[in-house]
Design a protein around this ligand. Structure first.
Ligand SMILES: [Fe+2]
Length: 434
């Protein structure tokens, strides 16, 4: 549990809140490149860290992220005309480039210098891996991009999506780093039947990880958790006792300040980002990539429709179809006969539990167990970084993009657990290919 004060510090990101100041030290994914599909495409409203912003792509393809209100008389530039090299206000025709600088003020006399001094607040934007990243911190501390493996894979090996989520970002991270919930929340009744068959046989059947021993990950064999601080964040090892010479281990990662990664199946990898939109709303990003081959066309189509960790969206938006207001379309018959939850979609199953706690859960009410060790360590890491920043100590991860060059994985390790993070097989499982 956390005290009221610790909980406030962990969760609040708007305004001058210490955690918001910490998050501002990092690049933030805020739109897919395809959300601004081409030169002079339609401007898009963006909400990030509690600020209303406006994104647009200019004629040369550069992206601006600016204050949406015209510097003249505060008309909403969302309705603006995206014209040659800038966005023109529909009220009096004032025009701005992607840096926020006013480049035309046609209602003013030619000799006026108002145009030169009029500018919109604007944040730097970079485009990488089909994603637009913004930096909202001090200009003299521009960070390095986190050098994730997915930034290096061929375009057709990566599929990224994002959707809004109606709760605070820390709740979403906690779901992302929690290794123990998948075998319940995301399970099917068929997987439980298979477990019963598995217990009756010693045959190597399909596992639920990248190696056959993933079958040891089941409801009757909860993981023993070990977590350590690392240069990127927190490494959580879940050890599943096999009864044999080696145990099955899964490594979940928390990367500062809001990324998580769980191990996937053979060749497939997943990174989540939980970007604070405001104190009570989060953008849940999913980067699904394959080390060995491009995503098949049918898989891309399915992910677009909301399969796997991707969320089914209201067409043309990043709003989920299944939300709390419609109880995530829970199907009670399906819950009795097919799936553990009766809720369609892994992301939506996560939303049901994470949003159902309330938009900012009161962590004084928790009863944490040993299986929550990774979550506790993640909170301590974030709280310490926020405290440090208040003392003037900048987060090291922001200026060392290379620390993100590690991926989630699973492996078998000898039953001696003392040196699990340093075991050569652990290192191999965590080593990026790209
Ligand atoms: Fe989950």
């Amino acid at each position: 549990m956390l005290t009221k004060e610790e909980n406030e510090k962990l969760t609040r990101i708007e305004g001058e809140a210490p955690m918001g100041q910490l998050v501002r030290r990092f690049w933030l994914p805020f739109l897919l490149s395809s959300d601004l599909p081409g030169p002079d495409s339609d401007p898009v409203r963006v909400r990030l860290l509690g600020e209303e912003l406006l994104a647009f792509r200019d004629t040369s393809g550069k992206v601006g992220l600016v204050d949406p209100l015209c510097a003249h008389r505060c008309a909403d530039l969302f309705y603006g005309r995206n014209e040659e090299g800038g966005l023109r206000c529909i009220y009096h025709g004032w025009k701005y480039d992607v840096t926020g600088q006013c480049v035309d003020a046609p209602t003013e006399p030619k000799e006026s210098n108002l145009k030169l001094t009029a500018r919109l607040k604007a944040y730097p934007v970079v485009e990488q891996a089909g994603v637009l990243w913004a930096y909202m911190g001090p200009s003299d501390l521009t960070p390095e991009l986190p050098d994730f493996e997915f930034m290096h894979v061929p375009d057709d090996h990566l599929y990224a999506s994002w959707s809004t989520q109606g709760c605070n970002f820390a709740q979403a991270i906690e779901g992302g780093i929690d290794t123990a919930h998948s075998i319940f929340l995301h399970s099917t009744l068929e997987s439980h039947r298979k477990l019963e068959e598995f217990k009756k046989s010693t045959a190597m059947t399909n596992g639920s990880g990248s190696i056959p021993q993933g079958r040891y990950r089941n409801r009757d064999n909860p993981p023993q958790l070990h977590s350590v601080d690392t240069d990127f964040g927190v490494l959580v090892g879940g050890r599943y006792i096999s009864g044999e010479a080696e145990d099955y281990w899964r490594f979940n990662l928390f990367y500062m300040p809001f990324y998580t990664s769980p191990p996937g199946g053979a060749g497939s990898k997943l990174v989540h980002a939980f970007v604070p939109v405001d104190d009570v709303t989060t953008a849940r990003w999913s980067f699904t990539y394959n080390l060995e081959k491009p995503h098949a066309y049918r898989d891309v189509m399915a992910m677009r429709g909301g399969s796997g960790v991707h969320v089914a969206l209201v067409p043309g938006t990043h709003t989920p179809l299944r939300v709390r207001a419609n109880n995530y379309l829970i199907d009670r018959d399906e819950q009795r006969t097919l799936s553990f939850t009766g809720i369609g979609g892994i992301g939506e199953q996560d939303f049901a539990v994470q949003e159902g706690m309330g938009v900012i859960v009161d962590r004084r009410r928790e009863r944490l167990g040993v299986s929550d060790g990774g979550i506790m360590q993640m909170r301590r890491r974030l709280l310490k970084a926020a405290d440090d920043l208040e003392e003037g100590v900048e987060p090291r991860e922001a200026s060392h993009g290379s620390v993100y060059r590690v991926h989630a994985g699973d492996t078998m390790l000898a039953a001696d657990v003392a040196s699990w993070p340093d075991d050569p097989k652990s290192k191999a499982a965590l080593a990026p290919k790209w």
